[in-house]
Design a protein. Structure first.
Length: 201
């Protein structure tokens, strides 16, 4: 009987040690995906695609402290029948966090107004993103929520996006002999934005 009791105590002790070890392993895995160490940290060239297939460019920065900044076209034509002709958009400001080694989630807001300075409402973007293994591109799925000045939601639009990491690109003509090369050691290519023409540079 005593031997059985001793065996029971030993078994419980072993289970407790295994539980602690498993917990420490989980903590170690969690530490690997902190926001500050995530591969999303940096600045990205992003192309957002609407449900109708139209697309627009955005510059997005993910900071190590969990802040995020997004800058798209500052103006766009107003919707047909609107009393204003143009919609002006602020930069987007918000927060993000790593949700895994290759995933993240974000929320940011953009303020809108018209040509007379009238506040039109907020555009709130929330979504999830997946980083590619090379950490130089990502894909994302988002919902754009448009609210009027009172906060009432007037539209929700699902979108997708693809991002490409921005790298240092100093023109050789001003960089001198110590100019950094492009990724992989090759020459630096001109920075191109959607719709730009290298002949205009």
């Amino acid at each position: 009987m005593r031997a059985q009791a001793v065996c029971g105590i030993v078994l419980l002790a072993a289970l407790a040690i295994a539980s602690v070890a498993k917990g420490e392993e989980a903590d170690t895995q969690a530490a690997k995906v902190t926001t500050a160490e995530s591969g999303f940290v940096g600045t990205w060239r992003v192309v957002v695609t609407n449900p109708d297939g139209s697309a627009f460019p955005v510059l997005a920065s993910f900071l190590a402290d969990g802040a995020t900044i997004h800058e798209g076209p500052i103006t766009q034509p107003a919707a047909p029948g609107a009393p204003n002709a143009v919609v002006f958009q602020s930069a987007g400001n918000g927060v993000w966090e790593a949700t895994g080694e290759t995933s993240s989630a974000l929320t940011f807001e953009v303020l809108t107004g018209d040509e007379r300075g009238t506040f039109l409402g907020r555009v709130t973007v929330g979504g999830v993103q997946t980083l590619d293994p090379g950490e130089d591109s990502f894909t994302g799925r988002y919902v754009i929520t448009i609210s009027d000045p009172t906060g009432e939601i007037v539209a929700e639009i699902p979108t997708t996006a693809q991002g490409e990491r921005m790298h240092l690109a100093v023109p050789q003509s001003i960089a001198g002999p110590a100019a950094p090369s492009g990724r992989g050691g090759g020459p630096i290519s001109p920075v191109m934005m959607p719709g730009s023409n290298i002949a205009d540079m």
